[in-house]
Design a protein around this ligand. Sequence first.
Ligand SMILES: [Fe+2]
Ligand SMILES: [Fe+2]
Length: 145
Amino acid sequence: MKYTRPLVLDESALTGVEEIDHQHQHLLNLINHTHLSLLKNGSPVNTRSLVRELLGYSIYHFNTEESLLKQYATTEEEKAEADKHISQHRLFSQRVVLLQEKLVRRQFIDTDELLSFLTGWINDHVLLTDKALAGLILDRQKSES
Ligand SMILES: [Fe+2]
Ligand SMILES: [Fe+2]
């Protein structure tokens, strides 16, 4: 099956932390642009620059979340969850680096497989892991105020 429709973040994917939601939306736009460029067999230079932007923005976004994790995960249990969260970020970055390498070497890229990975990642990571982080932040902010 060819995935040709853009991914959208519906209400259920909102975490309630404005900064994170805003960044997720931008990340999703970049994913959609990258996917479209791969599907249309867009110019390799263009696709490579999109993937570079996707990687750069992913790292920026992960840094945002990871500094929030450092700030808000205080118990041993929360810190253990934070470590798992961070390792999911690393896996994602590695996957994008792999894509970048394939583009540079002009190797075959299975766009269906790539998009199913990205969709799965958004569903699993954003809907579960990031939401758990947002829950922790909102909880702490409430008890601080
Ligand atoms: Fe995350
Ligand atoms: Fe995130």
